[in-house]
Design a protein around this ligand. Structure first.
Ligand code: GLU
Ligand code: ZN
Length: 494
């Protein structure tokens, strides 16, 4: 590519950053990095009724958390700022004035009610319900009369009435739109604020954007925007519309399909790297079959040719599977740091305790993380190291505590551990094996009830790892407590 690649992600701050938006941002980033280009973040906040500063801040936060790093934009600045559309109104005004003077745009005084009425009439008459061009050629007198009535005009762009507008899309190929179906669309609302289709074009030109990579839902806006580029005398950038993301049942992705915003995934205990990995594969396919894909590798391989033309199916199971992979493989210090906020939120440790006992928590995370698919699950699964066991898993009670010799084995085990010298993996294991061997039993006979006694659960990391990390005192205490519980509950019922 000869020109320097410049791409942008241009979210409207009307809510949180969703999976779809994050995927669009990521593809822009991958494309920019692959081509040594520049990635711009622009906040499209001209819709004053729906945009909020909080939502802009949240989008910025989510992007940063994901590691989707922009070169120019909020917090970073750059040569083409400001990067909030609400701060660029003068530029839009200048360009609109130019169009008005050149006769390429015009004031429209129709009220919303009048427009609605005429749309209905057109539909009844079997005509396309588009704007009928009624204000295209108003005389100065007609305009004055409307102004005197106190009407606040919109400004519309004159569209060609015949012919075609072609979009040469880098993903979808050539898409042709008939001009006769295009409205003279509104470029400035009656409150003086430009619309998306206009502000976007002025900015993409002013910011020297070379490739517009965005969601497929904007493909239908593209012919309008191309007409605006022409009217303004701008060079037309390249377009690439990435396919939609659908729910597993191929319906539109929505709340009822579970978490869809980045923040929600974060709160549920997904790792940023896992989400990035998952999003990379959502509508893009690498050359090989490998599905674990860190961002550097994705940057190396990313081309728009490999973006799929068909909709991507969102599959939270796959995301969770990928998350499990990163839970196991990432640096244990990092995973520990990420787990701690979940422990604090659950009241398992306080912030101070977490700081003090970081090394201890890391050891626990190290032996436990293989079994958890999310940070939240992991935090929950290690709570027993810090909190007394107050409940025993019912299935385990039936299987392990209800056995005749359970209380006896737990007592023997507790007695032996109490007397044991060095308290290590090897010595604790040997102690348990001796007890069962002497009785002609398998080691499992003591291992299962002990696990249930000291963790409340039937599955988890290796028992002797747990015993050593939990420590002699707590282990023995919990075993004895379980003996009492068995006597009170299991045998009392007999
Ligand atoms: N603000 C638009 C949106 O969030 C941007 C579309 C575009 O990338 O042109 O959908
Ligand atoms: Zn009109």
């Amino acid at each position: 590519m000869s020109e320097k690649v410049r791409v942008r992600f241009a979210p409207s701050p009307t809510g949180s950053l969703h999976i779809g938006g994050a995927r669009t941002a990521l593809f822009n980033l991958l494309f920019a990095r692959h081509n040594n280009g520049t990635f711009v973040l622009r906040i499209e906040d001209t819709d004053t009724e729906r945009s909020t500063e909080e939502s802009a801040a949240q989008i910025v936060r989510s992007l940063k958390w994901l590691g989707i790093d922009w070169d120019e934009g909020p917090e970073k600045g750059g040569d083409f700022g400001p990067y909030f559309q609400s701060q660029r109104l003068e530029l839009y005004k200048k360009e609109v004035d130019r169009l008005l003077v050149e006769g390429k745009a015009y004031y429209c005084y129709c009220t919303p009610e009048e427009l609605a009425q005429r749309r209905e009439a057109a539909l009844k008459a079997g005509k396309p319900p588009k704007y009928d061009g009624c204000c295209r050629n108003l005389t100065p007198e007609q305009r004055e009369k409307f102004e005197a009535e106190g009407r606040k005009p919109t400004i519309r762009l004159k569209m060609p009435e015949e012919g075609y507008t072609e979009v040469d899309d880098l993903i979808r190929g050539k898409v042709v739109f008939e001009n006769s179906v295009l409205d003279d669309f509104i470029i400035v609302k009656s409150n003086g604020i430009p619309t998306y289709n206009f502000a976007c074009v002025v900015d993409d030109n002013a910011m020297k954007i070379t490739h517009i990579i965005r969601a497929e839902e904007h493909l239908s806006n593209t012919p309008k925007q191309i007409q605006a580029y022409r009217a303004l005398g701008y060079d037309i950038p390249k377009f690439a519309h990435v396919p939609m993301i659908l729910a597993p049942d191929r319906s539109k992705l929505s709340k009822r399909h579970g978490a869809t915003s980045v923040e929600e995934f974060k709160d549920q205990g997904y790792l940023a790297k896992a989400i990035i990995n998952y999003l990379t594969l959502l509508g893009w396919s690498p050359e090989g079959t490998e599905e674990i894909f860190e961002i550097d590798k994705a940057i190396k391989e990313f081309t728009l040719e490999r973006v799929n033309k068909t909709a991507a199916i969102y599959d939270v199971k796959k995301l969770t599977w990928i998350n499990g992979h990163y839970m196991r493989e990432l640096d244990v210090n990092f995973v520990t740091e990420e787990t701690i906020p979940f422990m604090i939120k659950k009241g398992i440790v306080t912030e101070e305790e977490a700081k003090e006992k970081f090394d201890y928590i890391r050891e626990i995370v190290d032996i436990s993380r293989d079994r958890s698919k999310t940070l939240d699950e992991l935090a929950e699964s290690i709570a027993f190291f810090f909190k007394d066991v107050t409940e025993y898993e019912e299935k385990g009670v039936r299987k392990h505590f209800a056995k005749e010799n359970a209380a006896k084995l737990l007592t023997l085990g507790a007695d032996a551990l109490e007397k044991l010298g060095d308290f290590t993996l090897e010595t604790t294991e040997a102690t348990f094996r001796n007890i069962t061997e002497e009785l002609g039993l398998k080691a499992a006979e003591i291992i299962h009830p002990t696990r249930l006694a000291i963790t409340g659960r039937t599955i988890g990391p290796g028992l002797f790892h747990i015993i050593v990390l939990l420590g002699r005192e707590k282990t023995v205490e919990r075993m004895r407590k379980a003996v009492k519980w068995i006597n009170d509950n299991v045998h009392a019922e007999e």
